[in-house]
Design a protein. Structure first.
Length: 118
């Protein structure tokens, strides 16, 4: 029984020697773009979660009667550059905020709490 050695394997022709490098050079930008979009999506989702949590806290603060500056400051402290809007909807006090995310997108969140709550 004979085993395969390096001499028995198919040898590449001289015109095929750079093909692996060329294929890698073409595939690398596509992989980089996919990775960049993945990182941007995760960063946007993370910012959305932080904003939603901050808006829920701000709605409870506003429902307790805290000053508008403190309510707005609670959101801006959690998510920089957020714009905050406070409104009353019947017995509820609602806080809506938007903030910029990566790639020029904006995330938004809204939260409500029962007015006069402790």
């Amino acid at each position: 029984m004979r085993t395969r050695t390096g001499d028995d394997r198919r040898r590449r022709r001289p015109d095929e020697l750079g093909s692996v490098v060329a294929e890698f050079a073409i595939a690398l930008p596509a992989v980089a773009i996919v990775l960049a979009l993945g990182v941007a999506a995760l960063a946007g989702a993370s910012r959305q979660v932080r904003l939603q949590d901050a808006v829920a806290d701000a709605a409870r603060l506003s429902a307790r009667g805290e000053p508008v500056a403190r309510v707005t400051g609670a959101v801006v402290a959690a998510v920089a550059e957020a714009s905050v809007e406070i409104s009353a909807r019947g017995e509820l006090v609602c806080v809506t905020a938007t903030a910029p995310a990566l790639l020029g997108l904006r995330v938004s969140a809204s939260g409500c709490a029962l007015a006069g709550g402790l």
